[in-house]
Write a protein that binds this ligand. Structure first.
Ligand SMILES: [Zn+2]
Length: 424
């Protein structure tokens, strides 16, 4: 999660393959799959990771540096497994296409045509190329054309892959000129509270709370539970290949949604003067819920970290700095009077047992995160006399949909024992 990584943007295109060699590209993605599988297999066997690239490259029918990129990606998946255990140990027995990752000007090339199109040339196999033009959104084509013309934007690795049977190219572009503003130079702190089915944002300036937005994404939670149940069923039936397909589908679904949500977060933050987005470090420590099973842990863990990561790199690409704070008590503290007690919070409702302040509990947490961010930046914490009405939007496949505005929630159902359920 370094800043260097943060300045990379991925642009997605469809490949309009001119020559009759779509099957050549498909074959190359199958070859990439066997490179991936072989890498994972050797890593599981305990082969020294430094020795794997050469051992795999000897048998691979791909351009050498493309093989190296695919090997590096497979080892990245292993590393991620050891560090986070997000999706279980990577499989080395899946089949089907795997993204062909290539270095710019080695494994693939791009150029502007006289018609203003961007032409591509991908080395699918040694000495065998796939050519054509890229199709995509105006915004992405625009950035790529800029990158081809000016030095500040560098074109990096790309992945050729098949998505719903269509050939695509995902190109990484780095803006070497954009620097992330020094966070000390910020005038607004945006506190971000990530939950399983929403994210709450609060913008705090020296004048107090500027605005709050809650972005709901109940379908992410729903789909993840749904996929989990389906996977369990096929796994119990011993159908591993279906299990793997479902896992891939779930992963794509969740990542796609989280990308959309993170874009929304950055766009919202940009309306404020010199923003700095503040995240909680290791959120799962904050609520002492019993994450007994591995699945529970995974369900709760993944969206938090991924959404923070997507948001931080998209923010950096816009020059917006980010900061991390300690998550302790952010969900239990009353943002108005500071009284801190677990019983203040009950699911989505917050009611302070000292001053009686009532609020949407995730908004309250986002205010507390912003306050901690302000302290971290060494500002004086402004007096909070009132908080603006919480606005809610729902993030769906088609984009943001306005949902009814939530005012202060009622305390109906408030449980005196202060049980803090996070999922219903
Ligand atoms: Zn209070």
């Amino acid at each position: 999660m370094t800043d260097a990584q943060a300045l990379v943007k991925t642009l997605d295109f469809q490949l309009d393959i001119q020559s009759d060699n779509e099957s050549l590209l498909y074959d190359a993605t199958l070859e990439a799959r066997s490179v991936y599988n072989e890498t994972i297999r050797l890593a599981k066997e305990g082969v020294d990771w430094d020795d794997i690239p050469d051992r795999v490259a000897d048998d691979a029918n791909l351009v050498k540096n493309t093989t190296q990129r695919v090997v590096a990606k497979a080892l990245g998946a292993m590393k991620n497994y050891y560090e986070y255990d997000d999706f279980g140990q990577p499989s080395h027995t899946k089949d089907g296409a795997y993204p062909l990752r290539a270095n710019y000007e080695e494994g693939y090339n791009l150029s502007l045509t006289d018609d203003g199109d961007v032409a591509f040339r991908i080395s699918a196999k040694p000495y065998k190329h796939v050519t054509g033009v890229l199709k995509g959104s105006d915004a992405h084509l625009d950035i790529l054309q800029t990158a081809l013309e000016i030095d500040e934007w560098k074109i990096g690795t790309a992945e050729a892959l098949f998505h719903n049977d269509n050939a695509e190219l995902h190109v990484n572009v780095t803006n070497t000129e954009q620097t992330v503003r020094d966070k000390q130079d910020s005038l607004t702190v945006v506190g971000m509270d990530v939950n399983e089915d929403n994210v709450a944002l609060t913008a705090l300036s020296e004048g107090g709370v500027e605005d709050t937005l809650v972005i709901d994404f109940p379908e992410i939670k729903f789909e993840r539970h749904h996929y989990f149940t389906m996977r369990k069923r096929v796994q119990n039936a011993g159908k591993d290949s279906i299990h793997n397909t479902l896992e891939g589908r779930e992963e794509r679904f969740v990542r796609d949604r989280l990308h959309k949500v993170s874009r929304h977060i950055v766009a919202w933050s940009q309306q404020f003067e010199k923003p700095c987005i503040v995240f909680e470090d290791l959120k799962e420590m904050r609520d002492s819920i019993d994450y007994g099973t591995r699945m529970n842990r995974r369900l709760h863990h993944l969206p938090f970290r991924t959404l923070q990561f997507y948001t931080s790199y998209k923010a950096s690409f816009e020059g917006i700095p980010t900061a991390w704070i300690n998550p302790e008590y952010t969900s239990q503290r009353c943002p108005m009077c500071g009284h801190t007690e677990r019983a203040n919070r009950n699911k989505k409702r917050f009611k302070c047992r000292d001053c009686g302040h009532q609020d949407h509990s995730d908004r309250g947490a986002s205010v507390n995160i912003a306050v901690k961010g302000v302290k971290k930046l060494d500002w004086n914490v402004p007096a909070l006399n009132s908080l603006p009405t919480v606005r809610k939007v729902r993030r769906q496949a088609s984009g943001a949909v306005d949902a009814p505005t939530v005012t202060h929630p009622t305390v109906r159902g408030y449980q005196a024992d202060g049980r803090m359920g996070v999922s219903d």
